[in-house]
Design a protein. Structure first.
Length: 163
């Protein structure tokens, strides 16, 4: 996502949403941290337009991105395959599945150093449990991150880019 975001920085019509996560910021993470109580309050205040739970944390997308969509921008969200089906398909809505080979995912989780070995094992098992989702595009993230970033950027420009 970061590679695609950098490649598309000059395209004002494409916005990459920052997730709200009930996890402290750590090296390699890029989100807006909240406590569980702050997140619950954001839900009550309708400050979150979409939310889900995974890996023991709550994730959400700030409601300000709803206005960005209304204003004609494309909002790219790093979300959960387990919860993407809860969104209603609509015009201008596209699902991109980012896939990765299990061995590569295991290596990246280990190198990231954010999760315990047991948490890594749970993430790998969860990843293996997913069947294909309804995706408009599948990006293979098993090789260089820059290659996957370029593939995502190319897709977004092809479908949503402005001349």
């Amino acid at each position: 996502m970061a590679c695609a975001r950098e490649l598309l920085i000059a395209h004002d019509n494409i916005v990459f949403a920052r997730r709200i996560v009930t996890r402290p910021v750590q090296p390699g993470s890029d989100h807006d941290p909240q406590t569980d109580l702050q997140f619950e309050q954001a839900l009550r205040d309708q400050a979150v337009c979409w939310h889900w739970q995974a890996h023991g944390f709550f994730y959400g997308i700030d409601s300000r991105y709803t206005q960005a969509v209304r204003d004609g921008q494309v909002v790219v969200v790093n979300a959960s395959r387990a919860h993407v089906e809860s969104l209603s398909p609509s015009a201008g809505f596209s699902v991109v599945e980012i896939s990765v080979e299990p061995a590569q995912l295991a290596l990246r989780l280990s190198q990231r150093g954010r999760d315990s070995e047991s948490s890594q094992a749970l993430r790998l098992a969860r990843n293996a449990s997913f069947s294909s989702i309804r995706a408009d595009c599948v990006v293979d993230n098993s090789k260089a991150l820059a290659d996957a970033g370029r593939a995502l950027a190319d897709y977004l420009l092809q479908v949503f880019g402005k001349a």
